[in-house]
Ligand binder design. Structure first.
Ligand code: C5P
Length: 254
């Protein structure tokens, strides 16, 4: 979908949107993916769109210092989301970039790209477009504020930076990291938190979950329970509001 052809009309046609936001390595994406699987929803990782745009710009060979808003928007136009069973695979020029977008040079460049308003508008439009045809669990920094101010449920995940660094390293190295490695990764995370501070916004009506002492299964369980409760709170559609058993003909009530 090119930036010009994005359908960004409001509304989700009755589809459910769950917004999960939080700082880097707070476990948003893996949690969102798991919650989506539990509920039979689709997971949308908005960070992957910013990362894929950054990967496209790096592929172009233009040095980062020369990246203008207009240039980045043409790079964004090369990015698409290919549906898979439970989520979407980010692509550049129709080619999967799942691995490429996790490279350190992409991670370093992405906060700069994400600060460009035109890129943000484009990403937000992509995410909203998906939510018009699917029940979604979207994760990022501003899903509950800029993208879905009317989300059915908003969650903001936080965790102690040291614990976030430790989890990120275990995921990356598949072994227990040393204290020194955790300290270095903590520094990198704190720097990225600072670079992303303007767009990382907790919505006033978001449920704050500190995951420092929670297992991932516990986080998922809490969020799934919150989604179910939030759906019960929604106004009933005429169909949902129909009594399951017709009232007795004589009008008596047991
Ligand atoms: O979620 P993840 O860490 O993969 O996101 C990569 C980067 O994309 C963030 O560091 C941030 O700069 C940007 N981002 C954003 N708004 C979002 C999601 C991600 O600015 N909703």
């Amino acid at each position: 979908m090119s930036p010009d052809s994005v359908d960004d009309t409001p509304g989700r046609g009755g589809h459910v949107a769950v917004a999960i936001d939080g700082p880097a390595a707070s476990g948003k994406s893996s949690t969102a993916q798991w919650v989506a699987a539990e509920l039979g929803f689709r997971h949308v990782d908005s960070g992957a769109l910013y990362r894929a745009t950054t990967a496209a710009a790096l592929r172009s060979g233009v040095p980062p210092a020369e990246w203008t808003a207009a240039f980045l928007l043409t790079q964004a136009a090369r990015v698409s989301l290919a549906p898979n069973e439970t989520s979407f695979t980010p692509q550049v020029d129709g080619e999967s970039v799942t691995e490429e977008i996790r490279r350190p040079d992409v991670t370093r460049g992405v906060p700069h790209v994400a600060q460009v308003p035109a890129v943000r508008t484009w990403v937000n439009a992509q995410v909203r477009a998906v939510a018009r045809s699917h029940d979604v669990v979207c994760d990022g920094r501003d899903m509950g504020t800029a993208v879905f101010p009317d989300a059915d449920l908003k969650v903001f995940l936080v965790a102690d930076p040291w614990e976030r660094a430790r989890r990120r390293l275990i995921q990356r190295l598949s072994r227990g990291p040393t204290e020194e490695e955790i300290a270095e990764e903590t520094d990198r995370l704190v720097q990225r938190d600072a670079a992303d501070v303007t767009q990382t916004v907790q919505a006033k009506d978001a449920v704050l979950i500190d995951t420092t002492y929670l297992t991932q299964a516990e986080q998922v369980e809490r969020i799934v329970a919150l989604v179910r409760a939030a759906r019960l709170r929604r106004p009933l559609t005429p169909w949902e509001g129909l009594p399951l058993v017709p009232p007795p003909a004589d009008g008596s009530i047991d």
